[in-house]
Design a binder for this molecule. Structure first.
Ligand SMILES: [Zn+2]
Length: 431
């Protein structure tokens, strides 16, 4: 299959720098490796993983476990060694699906002491807390903290001169257009916002959706995190430790209420933000919130295999090839079909991973560094399996030197470019 050949060429070009630079035909050794890739095998992997009987490969379901078993079997057949927990091919990833109970309450208190309860689901929503089943804040002062960014390196700080200790910060979900996309996305990621707020001493965060047309997030399927072996949250996209008691979202009308009586109004504050300047300000109402969370704990697994490198020294370093194995399971029907097979997303990526593993194993001269083949869980729930593996790799963390991830490869078109998203140390390692 053309894609596999193209993608594998891209991987192998790192071992042949002169070829990479001259962009001429690949050398014989690489051509030989490419000839090991089987289009029939690739097709068979996609067909199995995307079959209805796997029910959309949702972590925690028998269908996902069938996918795990399939990948383990294929790695064994290819002669790949196990590199998961305790000499096995799997790494346990303990997922926790947290739900906010319907009794969640958010109340505003004005300067005269009058309290108004907001409508759950319409005017506000509270994120479930994955670690502490009952949390609350009582009559906490509110502070508007713009985008919630504190990045003096970028010359921008919503927290400059702002006292948020013991307070709840209100942060807009509008995007700061002045920063390049990658910088912007990192800085307005919910986890970054929470960590920044916690670092400044806040006890709660309300994310404000300032457009009247914006809908609040929907947590009816819960919010999934990963627990570590100590039972505490190890990976979460919306929890940064116990200091932030309450994380909520409010709509545009509620945001206007929060600004009632303040020295500035939403129109002025947002005009200043859009002009690239911070517009942080204390707000007059106080906020009280209570919530309970309930949990559904799910055992899931990453699959990890290893191919030993050929260089006696460099084999202690690992180049990781990864792809996510999970998909969405059964969800909202599309044209009457509620089973999300995930053939493209990401059975094709896993098929690539398996064929890459198999091609490496068939090479007479193995790459100098060792190769880790990692199929991860919980990607569709927020890159959870990969984040857990990055935090708790089954080989020493310092020995991981590169990761090449494959997600939704477009197998009907040639691969024309490879974009590096980051690197640990210059220069690029040679496989
Ligand atoms: Zn994907």
């Amino acid at each position: 299959m053309k894609y596999c050949v193209s993608l594998l060429s891209a991987f192998l070009l790192f071992s042949e720098s002169s070829w990479a630079q001259s962009a001429t035909a690949p050398p014989k050794s690489v051509q030989k490796a490419l000839s090991k890739v089987s289009a029939d095998n690739y097709k068979a992997h996609v067909q199995y993983l995307a079959d209805d009987k796997l029910q959309g490969r949702l972590p925690g379901t028998p269908g996902y476990q069938m996918a795990v078993e399939y990948v383990v079997d294929q790695l064994k057949k290819a002669g790949v060694e196990p590199a998961g927990d305790n000499g096995s091919f799997t790494q346990q990833v303990q997922l926790r699906r947290a739900f906010t109970e319907p009794d969640a309450a958010l109340q505003l208190q004005n300067t005269a002491g009058q309290a108004t309860a907001l409508k759950a689901g319409e005017e506000f929503i509270l994120y479930p807390n994955p670690e502490v089943p009952r949390t609350s804040v009582t009559a906490a002062p509110l502070v508007f903290a713009g985008y919630g960014i504190s990045a003096p390196g970028l010359g921008y700080d919503d927290y400059a001169g702002l006292d948020v200790k013991g307070k709840v910060v209100v942060v807009t979900r509008e995007e700061p257009k002045q920063f390049p996309a990658a910088v912007r996305l990192y800085n307005i990621d919910v986890l970054t916002i929470l960590q920044t707020a916690a670092r400044h001493g806040a006890v709660g965060v309300l994310l404000a959706f300032p457009k009247p047309s914006s809908k609040l997030p929907n947590f009816s399927r819960g919010v999934v995190s990963v627990l570590g072996p100590d039972g505490k949250v190890s990976v979460s996209r919306s929890y940064a430790g116990g200091q932030i008691q309450v994380l909520g979202a409010v709509n545009a009308a509620t945001l206007n209420q929060l600004f009632a009586g303040a020295a500035t109004d939403t129109a002025t504050a947002f005009a200043t933000l859009r002009a690239g300047r911070a517009a942080s300000a204390p707000l007059l109402p106080r906020v009280s919130a209570t919530q309970s969370s309930r949990y559904q704990d799910i055992a899931s697994f990453n699959v990890v295999g290893k191919i030993l490198g050929s260089d006696p020294q460099l084999r202690a370093e690992y180049v990781v090839h990864s792809a996510h194995l999970d998909h969405m399971g059964i969800a909202a029907p599309v044209l009457g079909d509620s089973l999300y097979n995930g053939a493209h997303d990401n059975a094709t990526g896993v098929a690539s991973l398996l064929e890459i593993a198999s091609a490496y194993k068939k090479l007479k001269q193995k790459p100098r560094r060792s190769i880790l083949i990692v199929a991860v869980t919980g990607e569709e729930m927020g890159l959870l399996g990969s984040a857990y593996f990055a935090q708790n790799p089954t080989v020493p963390k310092a020995q991981l030197v590169a990761n090449i991830n494959t997600d939704m490869p477009t197998i009907i078109a040639p691969l024309l470019s490879v974009v590096a998203l980051g690197r640990r140390i210059p220069p690029w390692p040679c496989l």
